[in-house]
Ligand binder design. Structure first.
Ligand code: SF4
Ligand code: SF4
Length: 89
């Protein structure tokens, strides 16, 4: 097979591709801006594309679409994101 004929799957997340989150999210990420270094990794890895980078360089989460998966918490190199219980302790 000609190498130029090989197709590569590419994942392109789009905001709200699986709809708004509503009430079923149990944990949500909270960003501690005082720890954030503006590296942008959370923005890169969020599978729902619900993290926006503001003009000042800090990330902001759109909770209407965030699914609470915790990936942003896992990839943040400085622990600036914490998953907290959606309905209190
Ligand atoms: S918890 Fe998941 S969906 Fe929500 S902002 Fe973090 S990576 Fe995105
Ligand atoms: S991964 Fe952490 S340090 Fe990097 S922009 Fe996101 S919150 Fe800030």
């Amino acid at each position: 097979m000609n190498p130029e004929e090989i197709l590569y799957p590419i994942s392109k997340p789009s905001k709200g591709s699986s709809g708004p989150t509503w009430m079923w999210r149990f944990t949500k990420p909270v960003i501690y801006i005082d720890k954030c270094t503006k590296c942008g990794l959370c923005w890169v890895y969020c599978p729902e594309a619900t993290i926006n980078i503001l003009e000042n360089g800090f990330p902001k989460i759109d909770y209407e679409y965030c699914k609470g998966c915790g990936i942003c918490d896992n990839v943040c190199p400085v622990d600036a994101i914490e998953m907290v219980n959606e309905y209190g302790d």
